[in-house]
Design a protein around this ligand. Structure first.
Ligand code: SF4
Length: 420
């Protein structure tokens, strides 16, 4: 005969029952807090945590609750044997979900959040990465729901073509539907990092930007800068590295300090992946940055000669704080001349900085007469071993010897690879 339920176990069951319609909200941390509050206890004490663990384990063993593993959390989804729902019924309700990543260059955050949302509900989630060349590719499996995410404008047509084969579908991406956003409860969910098998956390703590660079969709899509959260919303505590996707965090100085503090307090390394705005960089910022573990390197943008002086001042300031080198995105072929582009690149080289060429490319620019020259420039600068060891003319000479060149994977790297 099974033993009677303890008082704590009964409280857990009642709490799970209360949350049965929103099971994705009931991870172990919330459950502990809620129960500690009811019993006037401190949820973070080791003794309370141990009792919670033992009780949850006992309830699971008796199949009175079911949990789903989700990153570091376990979410308690339903009561069984109580007339609410049985484990079998839950399993029957599980849906097959397909997430399609058309063209992301880094793990797609929206898809990782959708994955969490569905896994917590018990659905089976599959990921399809970069599946289209023409859009006519066929998938021979049935899914209850399909989500497709497409980032780049040039892939819009083939995304729409590819999506036509599915019935229950959600299409996302600025160029597909500029107004579409994830619902609040999914936007603020912990991403499912297992979807891409990554061992770092990534996310936004702000959205929007106060600048209005003509080539950029961020202000049109997200408006002016506004904080939206902090690292605790997306940081999986198993990870030691954070990739921050904020577009212009320096325009929220207090928020920037808060995020840097959180990173340092938790002894994490960080990648300011979208780059920091050098025009807003102050000595105080540099001082903070010099205390942080930044990986792989600090990133800025140097898109126009109008702020050359700011760039030089920043390089000098960083050297004073022992930050010897940063990576600089250099936009070329947009509203600058070839000479200006080369000047920015060589100026950075001269100061021992690392330029990274970003070619401006849209569908309209397809027939730009100098396109091949810009592609070569990007190949030279972005493959650092060539940039360091030879001149642009020498690199061109080498690449014109077609027998040695393998043009591959242009979408991902825009690089020419010399075969050994
Ligand atoms: S500063 Fe960056 S995010 Fe802001 S508009 Fe310019 S390119 Fe876009």
């Amino acid at each position: 005969m099974q033993s009677k339920l303890s008082k704590l176990q009964k409280t857990i069951l009642l709490t799970v029952y209360k949350y049965r319609k929103v099971p994705f909200e009931l991870n172990r941390r919330l459950l502990s807090r809620e129960i500690a509050k009811k019993n006037n206890k401190n949820h973070s004490t080791p003794s309370f945590q141990t009792s919670m663990c033992n009780s949850l384990k006992a309830l699971e063993q008796r199949k009175l609750i079911e949990s789903i593993n989700w990153g570091e959390y376990r979410s308690y989804v339903q009561l069984t044997k109580t007339g609410i729902s049985t484990v079998k019924e839950i399993k029957l309700r599980k849906q097959k979900i397909l997430l399609v990543d058309i063209d992301s260059e880094i793990p797609n955050l929206a898809l990782m959040k959708l994955s969490s949302f569905h896994k917590i509900k018990g659905d089976k989630v599959s990921l399809l990465k970069h599946p289209c060349i023409t859009g006519n590719e066929k998938i021979n499996h049935k899914f209850n729901k399909v989500y497709i995410s497409s980032i780049f404008e040039e892939n819009k047509d083939k995304t729409i073509q590819f999506s036509k084969q599915f019935d229950n579908i959600e299409l996302g991406g600025y160029f597909i539907d500029s107004k579409k956003e994830l619902p609040y409860k999914i936007e603020h969910i912990m991403p499912d990092y297992d979807l891409y098998g990554i061992n770092h956390s990534l996310g936004f703590t702000t959205r929007g930007c106060n600048r209005n660079c003509k080539f950029c969709i961020v202000p049109k899509k997200e408006g002016t800068i506004h904080p939206t959260g902090d690292i605790y919303e997306f940081w999986n505590t198993k990870h030691k590295h954070i990739v921050l996707l904020d577009n212009n965090i320096l325009s929220c100085p207090e928020h920037f300090k808060k995020i840097c503090n959180q990173i340092n307090e938790n002894k994490l390394s960080i990648d300011f992946n979208q780059g920091l705005d050098v025009r807003l960089l102050t000595e105080e910022h540099v001082k903070i940055l010099s205390t942080m573990k930044i990986k792989p390197e600090l990133r800025f943008a140097f898109d126009s000669l109008t702020y050359e002086t700011k760039v030089l001042t920043a390089i000098k300031l960083m050297k004073e704080y022992n930050i010897k080198r940063a990576l600089w995105y250099v936009l070329v072929g947009f509203n600058t001349t070839w000479e200006e582009d080369i000047h920015r690149i060589m100026l950075l080289k001269e100061h021992n900085q690392r330029p990274y060429v970003m070619r401006y490319k849209t569908v309209k620019e397809k027939d730009h007469p100098d396109k091949s020259e810009y592609a070569l420039l990007a190949s030279w600068v972005n493959q650092y071993r060539f940039f360091e060891s030879m001149t642009f003319d020498k690199f061109k000479e080498l690449t014109y010897d077609r027998s040695k060149i393998n043009y591959r994977n242009r979408l991902k790297t825009n690089c020419l690879v010399i075969e050994k």
